[in-house]
Design a protein around this ligand. Structure first.
Ligand SMILES: Cc1cc2nc3c(=O)[nH]c(=O)nc-3n(C[C@H](O)[C@H](O)[C@H](O)COP(=O)(O)OP(=O)(O)OC[C@H]3O[C@@H](n4cnc5c(N)ncnc54)[C@H](O)[C@@H]3O)c2cc1C
Length: 502
C-alpha cells in the first residue's frame, strides 16, 4: 500500500493524470475512486442514456443551501463512478475561446494561456474522439436557420475562427463520442482495465477521507480511506475529486480558512483562505415551447446546437450561451407547476462568464456528510448576471419568432407569453434558475505570492505543502465561456506533464 503517486478521485482529470504518470515503468501509481468501475456498464457507455444516470447510485445528488435567487431545489448532479462526470455528462466538447485562457495567465497562471495549452488539448484529442453533429435533424436546422435570420452567423465550433475571434455565432456542437459511445476519460485512457500496465493500481469503491500530513516538513505522507487503509505516498499526492469534493478533502485534512476549521473542530494545519471560495458555474434558465409536430429523432443526444451572443454593450465578447434541446427540459419547471408536453423543445440560456460567486464548506468533520454548497447565483452586485439572463430570454423569443422555428411552435409552455416586462422575466429567472452542472474554481490557481485567495500555483501545487497538487475543475481561476469537460481533461494532461518534468 505504498505508491510513488497517489491520485484521489478517478474522475475526468484524475484518470488522465494516472494513466499518463504510469507511462513511466519506473514509478508506481495508485488511482483511488469512490465509485465503481464504469467498464461493462452500457448505460454509462451509451451517450443517449445520460439522463437515466442522474439520481442513481452513480450520482452524489448534492443538494444546496437555501438561495436568495435561483431555485433552492437544485440537485447538483456529480458522478460517483470511474471517469467522473465525463462518464455521465452530455459530451459537449469545446476548446475555449483564446481570451478565456489568456485571462487565466493574466491573473497569474503562468503557462496556461491559449497558445501554451493547445498542445495539451491536442494530446487529449489523440485519445478522445470528437465528432461534429451532422445537420440531419430538421428541428436543429430550424434553430440554426432562425439564428442566421437575425444575423447571427453559423460557425464551425472549435475552428480557429471560433477560438481566436469568438464573436456572436451559432452552430452544431462537437461531441466527445464515437458513434453513440461516449469518449469519457476512463473509456479513452483506461479501458480495457485488464490491459493497463502493472505499475498502475486502481482502487474503486474507495473514498479518500483525509490526507496525512507531516507538519514539520509539510509533506503529504499518506492518505486515509473509508476502508481504513493507510496508503503511503512516496513522491506526490494529486487531488482530482472535483469542485465540491476536492475542497472538502482539503478541509477535512486541516487545510483551509482557519475560522471555518475551528467551527468544525478540525485542527488547522495550514490556513488557506481560498479553499472552498470562488465557486463559479454557468447559471441557466430555460424557455420551453410545445411543438406543432412530433419531435424528430435526435441525431445523437438531443442537445446538439448552440448560440453565443454579446448582450451587454460593455461586454467585449459573447456573454450569453444557448443550448437548443429537442426535448422539454423541465426538471426545475415542473416543480413550479408549468405545463409540460411530450412534444416540446427548449432553449436553455446561461450566463457564460457569470460574475456571482458562491462557496463550498463542510457540514461537519465527518467525511460521510456531503459538502455544504451555497451557489449564490445571480447575486453579483453589478447585476451583470441578471441583465444577461433577462436579455437571454428576450433573444430566445426573438429567434423563435423567425419563420423556420415559428413553423414548429404551437405555444410557449414556460414561462408563458404573459411574462413580458423585465421585472416579470426577472421574477421568472430568479425563481427557476438552475445549474448547467459546471461548478468550478473552489481551489483556484493563481499567483500564490500576491493573491491571498489562490490555492494552487501555476504548477498546480498547493501553497505551503511540498508534494500536493490539484488537477480538476476546482483550479479554474475564472469561468470559461463554454462547457468545461475537455478543458478539465487538458488540465489532467498538463498536470501529468509537469510532474514528469519535475
Ligand atoms: C449531468 C452533467 C452534464 C454535463 N454535461 C457536460 C457537457 O456536455 N460538456 C462539458 O464540457 N461538461 C459537462 N458537464 C461538466 C463536466 O462533466 C465537469 O465539469 C467535469 O467532468 C468535472 O471534472 P472533474 O475532474 O473536476 O471532476 P469529476 O469528473 O466529477 O471527478 C471527480 C471524481 O472524484 C471522485 N471522488 C470524489 N470524492 C472522492 C474521494 N473523497 N475519494 C475518492 N474519490 C472521490 C468522484 O467519485 C469522481 O469520480 C456536465 C456535468 C454533469 C453533471
Amino acid at each position: 500500500m505504498s505508491y510513488d503517486y497517489v491520485i484521489c478521485g478517478g474522475g475526468t482529470a484524475g484518470c488522465i493524470v494516472a494513466r499518463r504518470l504510469a507511462e513511466n515503468p519506473n514509478v508506481t501509481v495508485c488511482l483511488i475512486e469512490a465509485g465503481p468501475s464504469d467498464e461493462g456498464n452500457d448505460d454509462v457507455a451509451n451517450i443517449r442514456k445520460w439522463a437515466s444516470l442522474l439520481g442513481t447510485e452513480l450520482d452524489y445528488k448534492y443538494s444546496i443551501e437555501k438561495q436568495l435567487y435561483g431555485s433552492s431545489d437544485i440537485i447538483h448532479n456529480r458522478a460517483k463512478v470511474l471517469g467522473g462526470c465525463s462518464s455521465i455528462n452530455v459530451a459537449i466538447a469545446f476548446i475555449p475561446p483564446a481570451n478565456d485562457l489568456d485571462q487565466w495567465e493574466q491573473l497569474g497562471a503562468q503557462g496556461w494561456n491559449s497558445k501554451a495549452t493547445r498542445k495539451y488539448y491536442n494530446k487529449v484529442f489523440e485519445k478522445v474522439n470528437l465528432q461534429t453533429v451532422p445537420p440531419l435533424n430538421p428541428l436543429n436546422q430550424a434553430f440554426i436557420d432562425s439564428c442566421t435570420a437575425v444575423n447571427i452567423p453559423q460557425i464551425e465550433m472549435n475552428s480557429d475562427a471560433f477560438v481566436n475571434e469568438f464573436s456572436d455565432c451559432c452552430g452544431y456542437f462537437q461531441l466527445n463520442v464515437s458513434g453513440l459511445n461516449r469518449c469519457s476519460s476512463s473509456r479513452s485512457y483506461l479501458h480495457p482495465i485488464s490491459s493497463l500496465p502493472s505499475n498502475l493500481t486502481i482502487l474503486t469503491n474507495t473514498t479518500t477521507t483525509k490526507l496525512i500530513i507531516d507538519q514539520e516538513s509539510m509533506i503529504v505522507t499518506g492518505v486515509l480511506t473509508n476502508t481504513n487503509e493507510n496508503i503511503k505516498v512516496m513522491k506526490e499526492c494529486i487531488l482530482s475529486s472535483g469542485a465540491f469534493d476536492t475542497p472538502k478533502l482539503l478541509l477535512l485534512s486541516g487545510i483551509g480558512p482557519v475560522h471555518h476549521l475551528q467551527q468544525m473542530n478540525i485542527p488547522c494545519i495550514l490556513n488557506l483562505e481560498g479553499v472552498g471560495s470562488n465557486l463559479m458555474d454557468h447559471p441557466e434558465c430555460v424557455i420551453i415551447w410545445e411543438s406543432n409536430y412530433p419531435l424528430p429523432d435526435p441525431v445523437i443526444q438531443r442537445w446538439e446546437t448552440a448560440l453565443f451572443f454579446k448582450t451587454q454593450t460593455y461586454s467585449t465578447k459573447p456573454d450569453l450561451m444557448f443550448h437548443f434541446g429537442i426535448e422539454a427540459y423541465d426538471i426545475e419547471n415542473n416543480l413550479f407547476g408549468y405545463p409540460s408536453e411530450k412534444h416540446a423543445f427548449s432553449i436553455a440560456f446561461n450566463v457564460n462568464k457569470a460574475k456571482s460567486r458562491g462557496h463550498v464548506q463542510l457540514r461537519s468533520n465527518n467525511y460521510l456528510d456531503p459538502p455544504q454548497i451555497d451557489c449564490r447565483y445571480l447575486t453579483d452586485e453589478q447585476n451583470h448576471d441578471k441583465a444577461v439572463m433577462i436579455a437571454g430570454l428576450k433573444l430566445a423569443r426573438k429567434i423563435i419568432e423567425q419563420t423556420p422555428l415559428q413553423k414548429w411552435t404551437k405555444c410557449e409552455l414556460s414561462p408563458g407569453v404573459q411574462i413580458q416586462t423585465d421585472e416579470e422575466i426577472w421574477d421568472y429567472c430568479r425563481k427557476a434558475t438552475t445549474t448547467l452542472f459546471h461548478p468550478a474554481g473552489t481551489c483556484k490557481m493563481g499567483n500564490v505570492d500576491n493573491d491571498n485567495m489562490a490555492v494552487v500555483n501555476s504548477q498546480l501545487k498547493v501553497k505551503g505543502i511540498k508534494n500536493l497538487r490539484i488537477a480538476d475543475t476546482s483550479i479554474f481561476p475564472t469561468m470559461i465561456s463554454v462547457n468545461p469537460c475537455i478543458t478539465c481533461m487538458m488540465i489532467g494532461e498538463k498536470c501529468a506533464d509537469m510532474i514528469k518534468q519535475d
